[in-house]
Ligand binder design. Sequence first.
Ligand code: PHE
Length: 329
Amino acid sequence: MSQFDAAQPDSAEVFRIRFLGTKGQIKALMGELKNVSPEQRKAMGQHLNELKVLAEQQWESLKESQQPTVIAGGNSMDRTLPGTPLPVGTRHPLSLVRNEIVAIFRRLGFAVAEGPEIEDDWHNFGAMNLPEDHPARDMQDTFYIQQEPAWLLRTHTSSVQARVMEQQQPPIRVICPGRVYRNETISARAHCFFHQVEGLYIDEHVSFADLKQTLYFFVQEMLGKNVKVRFRPSYFPFTEPSAEMDISCLICEGKGCSVCKHSGWVEILGSGMVHPRVLENFSIDPNKYTGFAFGMGIERITQLKYQINDLRLYSQNDVRFLQQFSGVV
Ligand code: PHE
């Protein structure tokens, strides 16, 4: 109906007169009904009524589409008026920190890998050198799926490392960010779910010096050039040798406070050289290839960076907490 252009201010009225008016076409057709045979009259009458309803609807929508273009005083709409601002949400601090961690490792050539949060025993434990009654399974208190005990909620994103090694031969250089679950009582210092970034680097001639230099670079980029690091010998079933890395406390700058338990140091990650048995589990030749792995909690890094002392704040959805990160990219 091009002649009833909604942009024309009088098109609704033109339409009404032509079709719905007392001298309009529908009225005229109604008048013809008396000339129709009595058998056909009823059906024809119904058709005409339907046509009338359609025409009325069309008339209404023409009137509606014209309304906003006409404002008091008859001027057209002022398109220079500022719009109504819509409130914009903010990124969650854990997402901000995760993105930052990912960006730093990307610069070193690490790709991001992801995997399922509901895992099988093999990828979470078995493949990582934690066979069924290995005592180190107690290091991570696990949620099992009741009906299907071979399935569990992953306790670390090492399970993603396992899935990468399953699909890919070295060189491998990945980081695995994601949510993990452990059966902990919720408090300011522990939660039943949290977030990790784990990393895996396997190639020929990868050494412990590479591990130290990579993690040292990461800390300097993430937390500043003045931060000191130290490595302490530790134990993980999937790495040998293993080490935990501490950084000088950012809150008291090493002088001693409650966050660092007055030691001046806080632990931020676990690491080590990938255990030969883990490599063998994925048919990677440990005589040819070596690798290092590490894992850190995103909550811990966020706590140190933004001085957030209660883990529960991350999952309470309190906008007063979340809005504080609106200026942070
Ligand atoms: N998977 C370990 C944890 O969740 C962290 C880790 C990863 C330690 C890789 C060493 C090497 O506690």
